[in-house]
Design a protein around this ligand. Structure first.
Ligand SMILES: Nc1ncnc2c1ncn2[C@@H]1O[C@H](COP(=O)(O)OP(=O)(O)OP(=O)(O)O)[C@@H](O)[C@H]1O
Ligand SMILES: O=C(O)C1=C[C@@H](O)[C@@H](O)[C@H](O)C1
Ligand SMILES: [Mg+2]
Length: 166
């Protein structure tokens, strides 16, 4: 089975996809990392060289054209479910799981994370919370189309296993 983990930047998709895959003996694929390997630069560099539209096309193509192993946990980019028909494609080709967190919790995590996320443009503090609140309001309608939803607070592999029913 293919499981796609979706949710806002910083909700823990990469961290928990890796752990869940290890527990289940599944492969792990991070589409952000796969895109970086394919283009030979970081996402931040890709954004500044070619712009967001080119990035969205590239990530959608990668989602649909990757040769997935039979059993795999796929960590998706935070914006991926919200462009083109990507969410429908994931629901048709596997199972989707949304890691849900509040804007405040996401902001706390993102402020302390070392990964450069171009969409955030270096925002901090109240400005960051406000930005995430607006962006999440735009995006959550897509995330909520997931077949499974899990509260990202006090996360564990067991909680994820229970959510997907394995
Ligand atoms: N349950 C948790 N409690 C506290 N911090 C966590 C938890 N899960 C992940 N984190 C931390 O939150 C940050 C973001 O996690 P991660 O990179 O896995 O998010 P992501 O959803 O893959 O983000 P992106 O969409 O930007 O790739 C990391 O610094 C990670 O260590
Ligand atoms: O939320 C977003 O739009 C993004 C999230 C990251 O995972 C990366 O895919 C990229 O930085 C864009
Ligand atoms: Mg990630």
């Amino acid at each position: 089975m293919k499981y796609f983990l979706v949710g806002f930047m910083g909700c823990g998709k990469t961290t928990w996809s890796r752990k869940l895959a290890a527990k289940l003996g599944y492969e792990f694929i991070d589409l952000d990392h796969a895109l970086e390997a394919q283009v030979g630069m970081s996402i931040a560099e890709y954004f500044s060289s070619f712009g967001e539209d080119a990035f969205r096309q590239m990530e959608s193509d990668l989602l649909k054209n990757t040769a997935y192993p039979e059993n795999v946990i796929v960590s998706t980019g935070g914006g991926l479910p919200c462009f083109f028909d990507n969410m429908d494609w994931m629901n048709a080709n596997g199972q989707t799981l949304y890691i849900q967190l509040s804007p405040k919790t996401l902001a706390d995590r993102l402020e302390h994370s070392k990964t450069v996320r171009p969409v955030l443009q270096g925002k901090k503090g109240d400005e960051l919370v406000e930005f995430i609140t607006g962006k999440l309001a735009e995006r959550e309608g897509f995330y909520l189309q997931s077949q499974h939803i899990v509260d990202g607070i006090s996360m564990s592999v067991e909680k994820l296993e229970e959510a997907i029913g394995v």
